[in-house]
Design a protein around this ligand. Structure first.
Ligand SMILES: *[C@@H]1O[C@H](CO)[C@@H](O)[C@H](O)[C@H]1NC(C)=O
Ligand SMILES: *[C@@H]1O[C@H](CO)[C@@H](O)[C@H](O)[C@H]1NC(C)=O
Ligand SMILES: *[C@@H]1O[C@H](CO)[C@@H](O)[C@H](O)[C@H]1NC(C)=O
Ligand SMILES: *[C@@H]1O[C@H](CO)[C@@H](O)[C@H](O)[C@H]1NC(C)=O
Length: 447
């Protein structure tokens, strides 16, 4: 009797520990641990550098000076640059290592529309020229080259590219050079982008290129449905990239994994690998999740899961072209939900333009080991097409439990050519090229 209380005191906590709680299996899977959030040892504010958040004052020098200060203070724990509520108009500026850019609730970093003032930078070596036009390209609004340990976060503050001036130049064909990204990191590692809104980028929104260890999570990325080339997040020739828990609605692909363009990308030879894309919701006239079409450095080990797509062109689009070279292999796409999509799945070997006529037509891309499973779609106009390259078929293409239901009474069939693999539980019934196989291991990745 005497022992009861002490015993309970020991046993009860132990029992509680053993009781089934939300086990780790039930907890949402995440890759965001590769770049953890961390505090900084010092904080400075843009207001201390002459910044004015009135929407009219141009803060380019304030940002450059604040970041110059961070670079030269070089605190071991890094420095946080606080951007308070307000509209902070600015031209493009470089970030630096070991810094956090923090956008408070109500803070908007707004790109100047005086586009003539945007510096030009060299084309990416893996593209050989600007993506849109020959020659250089405009520097991104926020730019980082050769950096480590950079965090861009906040309390839902906004980075607004005010891109319409650029979109109009594109529409009127008066662009002198390739439009700028909203945020670009080159040759950088340990980058975390979270809890902010990206809006109205002139071109692609977030572009990590030649980077490793990049986390983009809990983001909102917005651009009008008809805004040209406003891709959401484009990991390009980068490894260990984690994109999670974001809402993206733009005028082009929501997430597109890339790795360089034709002969330039082949020569540069920098693949994209180990890319996780998880819990993304959104809408676009193009693809929710794309691989390509620029994949000349190769793309492998891509995991896409828990994606909800509505009012979109394509659900999943894996695209390359003759002359691209490179490879796309070991891509797994699962738990995808679609509503009102023109084409659920498109895998194609004839997509995208060439940088110039010096591409090698014999540089045939190799596409193998693509698993698409647990896909559910309603109001899908066409289930999809899988079209490889003549004499270089796409292999190991596996569809499992893919149901893409049309709105109308008419069922549109799949279209396939130059492809091999397997399919089971596919509705409408898969094309004969994917011989129907039942049983275990049907999607064992063939590489
Ligand atoms: C940004 O940094 C690069 C070096 O990475 C430098 O060449 C360039 O002049 C800087 N641009 C601005 C606008 O500070
Ligand atoms: C996501 O970001 C919002 C602000 O944009 C913040 O309030 C919320 O706590 C964040 N959630 C997570 C899980 O980090
Ligand atoms: C953040 O802002 C976006 C865009 O305005 C909004 O849709 C979203 O609900 C906001 N999130 C939070 C947590 O405030
Ligand atoms: C294929 O990619 C997954 C990530 O989606 C990775 O876990 C796995 O190791 C890769 N397989 C091979 C054979 O590289």
């Amino acid at each position: 009797m005497k022992l009861r209380f002490p015993l309970l005191a020991v046993v009860l906590p132990l029992l509680l520990l053993l009781l089934p709680r939300r086990s780790s299996a039930e907890e949402a899977a995440t890759c965001s641990g590769i770049v953890p959030m961390k505090p900084r040892s010092q904080t400075i504010s843009i207001s201390d550098f002459g910044g004015v958040g009135d929407g009219a004052f141009l803060n380019t020098n304030a940002f450059r000076e604040a970041i110059y200060r961070i670079e030269h203070l070089n605190r071991p724990g890094g420095t946080l640059l606080h951007v308070p509520a307000g509209e902070w108009l600015t031209g493009p500026f470089n970030l630096t290592s070991r810094m956090t850019l923090f956008l408070a609730r109500g803070a908007v970093i707004k790109a100047t529309q005086e586009w003539q003032k945007w510096p030009l930078i060299d084309p990416l070596p893996s593209y050989g020229r600007g993506r849109e036009l020959p020659g250089g390209r405009y520097m991104s609004l926020l730019h980082g080259n050769g950096l480590q340990d950079v965090i861009i976060t906040g309390d839902n503050g906004t980075i607004d590219g005010q891109g319409d001036v650029w979109w109009n130049m594109w529409r009127q064909r008066t662009l002198p050079f390739t439009r700028p990204n909203l945020l670009e990191f080159m040759h950088s590692s340990d980058i975390l982008i979270s809890n902010v809104v990206f809006k109205n980028s002139p071109f692609w929104n977030i572009h990590p290129v030649y980077c490793s260890n990049v986390v983009a999570r809990n983001l909102t990325v917005l651009a009008p449905y008809d805004s040209p080339n406003t891709d959401g997040i484009d990991p390009d020739s980068s490894t260990n990239v984690c994109i999670e828990d974001s809402y993206i609605a733009t005028g082009d692909d929501l997430v597109a994994v890339k790795s360089g363009w034709d002969e330039y990308g082949i020569a540069y030879g920098r693949p994209s690998s180990d890319i996780t894309i998880r819990r993304i919701t959104g809408s676009t006239p193009f693809a929710a999740i794309a691989v390509g079409s620029e994949t000349s450095g190769g793309v492998e080990n891509v995991l896409v899961e828990d994606v909800h797509i509505f009012n979109s062109g394509f659900g999943i689009h894996i695209k390359t072209n003759g002359g691209r070279g490179g490879y796309i292999r070991n891509v797994t796409v699962s738990n995808i939900n679609m509503d009102k999509v023109r084409k659920g799945l498109r895998i194609a070997g004839d997509v995208g333009d060439h940088p110039d006529d010096r591409f090698n037509p014999d540089a045939i891309p190799v596409v193998s080991g693509l698993t698409i499973k647990n896909v559910w779609g309603v109001n899908v106009q066409q289930p999809g097409s899988i079209q490889g390259i003549k004499n270089s078929p796409f292999t190991g293409i596996c569809l499992y439990n893919v149901k893409l239901l049309s709105a109308g009474p008419q069922e549109v069939p799949w279209k396939c050519a130059d492809v091999s693999g397997s399919a089971a539980l596919v509705q409408p019934g898969p094309c004969s090229e994917l011989s129907s196989t039942y049983g275990t291991g049907i999607c064992s990745t063939e590489i």
